[in-house]
Design a protein. Structure first.
Length: 275
């Protein structure tokens, strides 16, 4: 995040926003800047990719499904927009620790002990580490002690749209993002790679709510896509994973998506039309 902060300082904040006497490295200024940047960035990613997915990928026929709520899209957006600033508060604290040099993020490929191969391997390990972390956090949020208070709001959307992707209770939203932020404090990671992965995970979160259940046949039981996550919203106790089905299979919570068996929301809508 220090790369984004440096760019913002250089091109906008120092010349046009902050008084000349407020140093760029001053902690309060960095915290304020990170809070604004994090909120604007999260909102931009959510609205940009959510809108693109909603208009170009999401099947609007699903809005006629009986589980689709009245004014659901506007309610999803409103819930997400209210939650994002609260989610950003602990997130900014972690970004601040990164900026102050407490993480293992590095600037140059040469700083990786394995060069480009190390960068590639770190991307894979990031995906597998965060998938594992999110699986157990997500499954924990379904425990009766936490579900009703923190995770149930996200399950209001049984037939989700891309805008449901970030419509979480703030505690729920931050907890499920925590593995992304913890990783660079535990393992070396290239800074630009981390920014790319951060954008990717936001886009992926939108994609598993987009109602497009097409997955290459060979990957149907490997990749946790929209079909798997739709069944999670419909049946609750299955498919907690983020990218892969590995931990659901290990944890006994894997369910073959109903849409792959001719029993999904699209199949239901087709039967309604036939009647």
């Amino acid at each position: 995040m220090d790369l984004v902060l440096e760019a913002a300082d250089r091109h906008l904040l120092t010349p046009y926003v902050y008084p000349a006497g407020w140093p760029e490295g001053e902690p309060c200024r960095q915290l304020l800047s990170l809070f604004v940047i994090t909120n604007l960035g999260a909102l931009a990613l959510y609205l940009l990719f959510g809108t693109l997915s909603y208009y170009f990928i999401f099947d609007h026929e699903l809005k006629k499904h009986p589980h689709f709520l009245e004014n659901q899209v506007s309610r999803e957006i409103a819930y997400a927009v209210r939650s994002l600033p609260w989610i950003s508060v602990p997130t900014v604290a972690l970004f601040f620790a990164e900026v102050r040099g407490y993480s293992k993020l590095y600037d140059n490929i040469e700083d990786s002990p394995y060069g480009w191969s190390g960068v590639f391997l770190s991307m894979l390990s990031f995906l597998f580490f965060t998938d594992m972390g999110i699986y157990w956090i997500h499954r924990g949020l379904h425990h009766k002690l936490f579900y009703k208070r923190f995770h149930k709001p996200h399950h209001l959307w049984k037939i989700a749209t891309p805008f449901a992707s970030h419509a979480f209770h703030p505690v729920d939203g931050f907890m499920q993002s925590l593995p992304y932020h913890v990783y660079p404090f535990l393992f070396p990671l290239h800074k630009v790679t981390y920014l790319g992965l951060y954008i990717f995970v936001n886009v992926w979160t939108i994609s598993i709510h987009d109602g497009d259940y097409r997955v290459p046949r060979l990957l149907r039981h490997v990749i946790n896509g929209s079909a798997h996550h739709t069944d999670h919203h419909l049946y609750f106790d299955y498919n907690y994973g983020q990218y892969f089905t590995l931990w659901d299979k290990i944890g006994g919570s894997y369910k073959s998506p109903s849409s792959f068996e001719g029993k999904g929301p699209h199949d239901y809508m087709r039967k309604l039309r036939e009647k």
